[in-house]
Design a protein around this ligand. Structure first.
Ligand code: C2E
Ligand code: MG
Ligand code: MG
Length: 382
């Protein structure tokens, strides 16, 4: 039987500087490039033996000693990041934080001071919060989380899908990404239910305008499935196990590429467009029924650059510039929005049902053209 680690031993290890980070690569599933890594703590004993976090983090957390570990490890992260800067400047690194880290100002103050004194680019640092660390609400936790966000540090909700309040918490704080729990991801290969949960989590993240990271990818099959669902960032043993700092840097220098396809994003663009059309049609009939366009609870974005399809077209979609099916989208999409404005105006001015239906036919025609072009674009790039 293995001997239980005591708090005394953990404290000694911290004093002896025996904690290090290993870095697990994160890749863009759209471009196939390495985009960063997650810093995962390891206890490297003097004899070289490595102790995994599951053997000491729970005790460190329950005793409150984790705050000391986090503060020390943040300093280590910063030193490692100075080395990254020289070798692989563009990478962003996330570190895990626990409940206790947000219960006093200690951690946030250290982060602030270090960033200022080292002139660090805070956009390259992310903090992963587990759901349970946010379940205990308090004003101080709220204010510490907001302070990190104000410093430009991105917040990730870790282990999404394992807690009870994830949706509530997701709406309360400004997360820039959510990380789907590895348990759900690894089961999706053999479970329709888990597949549906992963697909809808990706869709939800997309609608919230935040990145979705899938962790625990253990096979190419799961990697490909996630790509087709529109997941943008992947992490897992199939991509790479966590690596020592030097191995991680060698990997970054290798410029290795993983499979890439933007097909999932085109699929998302189709759904976005269908949702916009549905919202527009509902709005037109609601206005007609109430004769009041101000009463609408949710309105379809007017400008062709502010709907989700437009944001994609004028943003991430630009990688397809020059592909005819992509370039041909601009005109019908712009016309569609003009027509949408006309329909809303006409409904507000009391147009007859027949007048509205005739404009809606034109709307359907433009919409079908857009869906067809997106479909052809998908076929083209596949
Ligand atoms: P986490 O933050 O969810 O980290 C992901 C864990 O999943 C890591 O385990 C990683 O090695 C493992 N993993 C990655 N890809 C795969 C895969 O494809 N399959 C499987 N089965 N596992 C995969 P690790 O390093 O043992 O860390 C476990 C947990 O310990 C972390 O879960 C995190 O909650 C905690 N932890 C790690 N480092 C720190 C730290 O510096 N501070 C705090 N507070 N917690 C930490
Ligand atoms: Mg994590
Ligand atoms: Mg996790």
């Amino acid at each position: 039987m293995t001997k239980q680690i005591t708090l005394q031993e953990i404290k000694k290890a911290l004093a002896k500087d025996e904690f290090i980070f290993h870095y697990q690569p994160k890749v863009s599933m759209i471009t196939g490039e390495l985009i960063g890594g997650e810093a995962l703590i390891r206890w490297k004993k003097s004899d070289g033996h490595i102790v995994q976090p599951s053997e000491f983090i729970p005790l460190a957390e329950s005793s409150g000693f984790i705050s000391e570990i986090t503060k020390t490890m943040f300093h280590k992260l910063v030193i490692d990041m100075v080395i990254f800067e020289d070798v692989a400047g563009g990478l962003s690194i996330s570190m895990n934080a626990s409940t206790k880290d947000f219960k006093d100002r200690g951690f946030v103050d250290i982060v602030k001071k270090t960033i200022v004194s080292r002139q660090l680019n805070s956009n390259k640092i992310e903090v992963e919060l587990t759901e349970s660390s946010l379940l205990e609400e308090s004003d101080i936790v709220d204010s510490n989380i907001s302070s990190l966000a104000e410093m430009g540090i991105a917040l990730t909700m870790d282990d999404f899908g394992t807690g009870f309040s994830s949706l509530d918490i997701l709406s309360k704080y400004s997360f820039s990404s959510l990380k789907i729990d590895q348990g759900v991801v690894s089961r999706m290969e053999h479970s329709d239910k888990d597949r549906a949960i992963v697909e809808s989590s990706i869709r939800m993240g997309h609608q919230l305008g935040i990145d979705v990271v899938a962790e625990g990818i253990e096979s190419e099959k799961v990697y490909r499935m996630l790509q087709n669902f529109g997941c943008t960032i992947g992490q897992g043993y199939w991509i790479s196990h966590p690596l020592s700092l030097s191995d991680f840097l060698s990997l970054a220098q290798e410029m290795k590429r993983w499979p890439s396809t933007p097909a999932g994003l085109i699929y998302m663009a189709q759904i976005d467009h269908i949702q916009w059309r549905k919202l527009l049609i509902n709005s037109v009939f609601d206005i007609k029924a109430s004769n009041d366009s101000f009463q609408l609870e949710s309105k379809p974005p007017k400008c062709e650059r502010s709907c989700m399809l437009g944001k994609w077209y004028y943003g991430a979609g630009k990688v397809f510039s020059g592909v005819p099916q992509f370039d041909d989208l601009e005109e019908p999409h712009s016309k569609l929005h003009d027509l949408g404005d006309e329909l809303i105006d006409a409904a507000a001015k009391g147009a007859t049902r027949e007048e509205l239906v005739s404009k809606m036919r034109e709307l359907s025609r433009l919409s079908s053209l857009i869906i067809r072009l997106l479909q052809e674009l998908e076929n083209e790039i596949l």
